[in-house]
Design a protein around this ligand. Structure first.
Ligand SMILES: Nc1nc2[nH]cc(C(=O)O)c2c(=O)[nH]1
Ligand code: SF4
Ligand SMILES: [Mg+2]
Length: 245
């Protein structure tokens, strides 16, 4: 399978969940490489924006595919994860649902070692998980992309997948927003795909504390009106715009 590469190692790190409903929970993050979307502000563009690809990104740089990819077998991933003093894993990317089969193999092996392991997935909500994979995940953080991602609606919004997650009580919908137009877009998506207000989490866009502060008070007011939830970005507050935290 393909994970992101960081300092010649796979991008696996022990930290606090910084976003969404389990913010503050200790977890080991596994960052898969590759994504089926190509958002212009993506903060993990090194998982997909490789030299020779046509995608546009705000940073205006292309990455070397080999230098940014760490090939690893599910068995080696299990060995690495077993060394951490933490039994909660967050699978993120890129888009981790592109590598469900390999991830499921690793999850099954970990559960054989210790049934206490729990797994949370960060996904862009464009893929319906396989039933066997879905069954072993305790929480999905579904983050559908809005128009400001620069992606065509036909690619970023997959109605069958959104409706599927909307029916799954393990799925929370985490939207990155910075303007009133974003709020209206979220409202329309929620209506169209029957996403319950109680499972919508609004998160300000930003890679520094100052950026987050710029929109937070206004977004929090909208969250109260709508009956949604608000999430800060704890890891950005604690450690800034860095990889591996
Ligand atoms: N601490 C921490 N929390 C996170 N929640 C979602 C993350 C992600 O990049 O998917 C992330 C991340 O990269 N770090
Ligand atoms: S879906 Fe997520 S990982 Fe993929 S390009 Fe968009 S922001 Fe980046
Ligand atoms: Mg991140």
């Amino acid at each position: 399978m393909k994970l992101a590469r960081l300092d010649n190692c796979p991008e696996i790190f022990h930290t606090l969940q910084g976003e969404g409903v389990s913010v503050g929970k200790a977890a080991v993050f596994v960052r898969t490489s590759r994504c089926n979307l190509h958002c212009r502000w993506c903060d993990t563009d090194y998982t997909w924006n490789f030299k020779g690809t046509p995608w546009e990104h705000d940073r205006g740089i292309k990455h070397d595919k080999a230098a940014c990819t760490f090939e690893i077998s599910p068995a080696s991933l299990v060995e690495r994860l077993a060394t951490y003093p933490c039994r909660h894993i967050v699978l993120t990317g890129g888009e981790p649902l592109l590598q469900q089969e390999e991830l499921l193999e690793a999850i099954r092996s970990l559960r054989q070692l210790d049934p206490e392991w729990t797994f949370e997935v960060e996904t862009n909500g464009t893929r319906i998980p396989d039933p066997a994979f879905e069954a072993v995940i305790s929480q999905f953080n579904v983050s559908p992309k809005l128009a400001h991602s620069g992606m065509d609606a036909a690619l970023r919004i997959v109605p069958a997948a959104l409706t599927h997650f909307a029916r799954n009580p393990k799925a929370w919908f985490k939207f990155v927003a910075s303007s009133n137009a974003d709020i209206e877009e979220i409202e329309a998506l929620a209506q169209a795909h029957q996403i319950p207000a109680s499972r919508i989490v609004l998160m300000p866009e930003g890679r520094t504390s100052q950026d987050l502060d710029r929109h937070s008070a206004e977004l929090a007011a909208r969250v109260l009106e709508k009956g949604w939830r608000f999430s800060d970005r704890l890891h950005v507050r604690l450690w800034g715009d860095r990889r591996g935290v």
